[in-house]
Write a protein that binds this ligand. Structure first.
Ligand SMILES: NC(=O)c1ccc[n+]([C@@H]2O[C@H](COP(=O)([O-])OP(=O)(O)OC[C@H]3O[C@@H](n4cnc5c(N)ncnc54)[C@H](O)[C@@H]3O)[C@@H](O)[C@H]2O)c1
Length: 385
């Protein structure tokens, strides 16, 4: 199948490109390299060094014998996006190309506006470009489990629910409650996708994914093929951040009491799930929601697991409670539904989290010296209020 990845230079984008190419798909992608620059903007770097897009593509050819086509450009530029989609003529387009850090979106008004403008206009451009070039293209849009917030009800894997309000029945969109401007940008994207589906019958999968951890998939057989791994307080997702803290001998930064429970998955499970959703599109003209995760953990459980695995590798680390910079419940109900991916074959995690922690900590250990100067970017500084 011909698949285009928007955001191909990112953590998930590059890993998915390798997986799809290895599986025999014809892969192309667009990226404006914004994440590389924005991570530098907060004084940080990727924990594992990454090659330039050109070097990556050369390495993929040499190591795996695959051709991946890369276009540098900004998907908020409509003419560029439409022209590139027309040229590539893909059957599916995976959309990752958004500002993806909650703390970054909370820095100040400039960063909030950048997040909302970049994310919403990229998605609307994609909708219009697909409608214009070929409305049969399957849009695979990456949202987040964070769109749902932490409600007291079981989180449905659906776009709509039936409700009774003051005795009158109707069908409404599933209630959402984002925890940052970033999360709200994803909620607004979902509404825009639903509206476009209703108007023009575009075919879509809107993925609600939990935080991803891990540094490897089997295709990463050469250091030139590494995908980025962020760890600072702005860009690092929790388990990736804990691993770098452990290697640097810093306390693990648990926010508040650490009871915040989220739905996690490994990088391998993320790219595998995406492959399943691409290979098995919804019926033409349908909008499908897919919750994407394999396990639920609290951030305290993750800290305890990191401590245990680090100890097995000869590193003693402490867990430290930091004042929570975010506005979020530290103790709450959490029960998300998941049935689309299990029906396609994802019935259990393909990777054991403790094994992945070992792999990740070892990968980061190789870079310990390089990461020493970045100790100052890890403790939480970006506050919600
Ligand atoms: N990593 C996670 O744990 C996680 C969890 C849930 C959802 N997501 C979502 O998955 C997607 C990918 O996440 P990631 O971790 O790979 O993030 P990432 O920042 O590493 O990748 C996103 C890529 O998109 C590019 N990009 C951003 N705006 C662009 C634009 N206007 N034009 C062209 N390229 C643009 C960036 O340069 C970057 O390379 C994001 O939409 C993110 O919100 C990620």
């Amino acid at each position: 199948m011909k698949v285009m990845i928007l955001g191909i230079d990112g953590y998930l984008g590059w890993a998915l490109a390798l997986r799809l190419a290895a599986d025999g798909h014809e892969v192309s992608g667009i990226d404006n390299l914004y994440t590389r620059k924005a991570v530098e903007e907060v004084g940080s770097t990727t924990a594992l060094p990454i090659s330039s897009p050109e070097e990556r593509i050369t390495a993929a050819k040499e190591v795996m014998g695959v051709d991946i086509r890369f276009y540098e450009g900004d998907i908020t530029k409509y003419a560029f996006l439409q022209k590139t989609i027309r040229k590539e003529n893909p059957e599916a387009i995976v959309h990752f190309a958004e500002q993806r850090s909650a703390p970054y979106s909370m820095i100040d008004v400039k960063h909030a506006n950048y997040t909302l403008t970049n994310n919403l206009s990229g998605t609307v451009n994609l909708i219009y470009a697909v409608r214009k070039v070929d409305p049969r293209i399957h849009i695979v849009k990456m949202g987040t489990m964070g769109e749902f917030g932490t409600p007291k009800f079981d989180i449905p894997e659906a776009a709509f629910i039936d409700v009774s309000i003051n005795g009158k029945e109707d069908r409404i969109t599933v209630p959402k409650w984002g925890g940052s401007w970033y999360h709200w940008s994803k909620v607004h994207d979902t509404n825009n996708l639903l509206f476009a589906n209703r108007l023009w019958g575009l075919t879509m999968t809107d993925i609600m994914q939990g935080p991803v951890y891990g540094s490897r998939i089997p295709e990463i057989k050469d250091p030139r093929l590494f995908t980025r791994l962020d760890f600072d307080e702005v860009w690092g997702t929790v388990l990736n951040r804990y691993c770098v803290e452990a290697v640097l001998g810093m306390p693990l930064t648990q926010y508040g009491q650490g009871g915040q429970t989220r739905a996690f998955l490994s990088l391998e499970d993320s790219v595998h799930s995406l492959s399943l959703l691409i290979d098995n599109p919804p019926e033409h003209g349908n909008y499908r929601v897919a919750n994407q995760f394999t396990e639920l953990y609290s951030v305290r459980q993750l800290a305890e697991m990191t401590k245990e695995i680090a100890k097995q590798l000869g590193i003693n680390v402490q867990i430290k409670e930091f004042e929570n910079p975010r506005v979020e419940l530290e103790k709450h109900y959490y029960n998300p539904e998941i049935k689309v991916l299990p029906a396609l074959g994802l019935t259990a995690p393909r990777r054991n989290i403790r094994d992945e922690l070992k792999v990740m900590i070892r990968d980061v250990m190789e870079n310990k010296e390089r990461l020493e100067p970045y100790r100052g970017v890890i403790a939480p500084k970006t506050k919600w209020r």
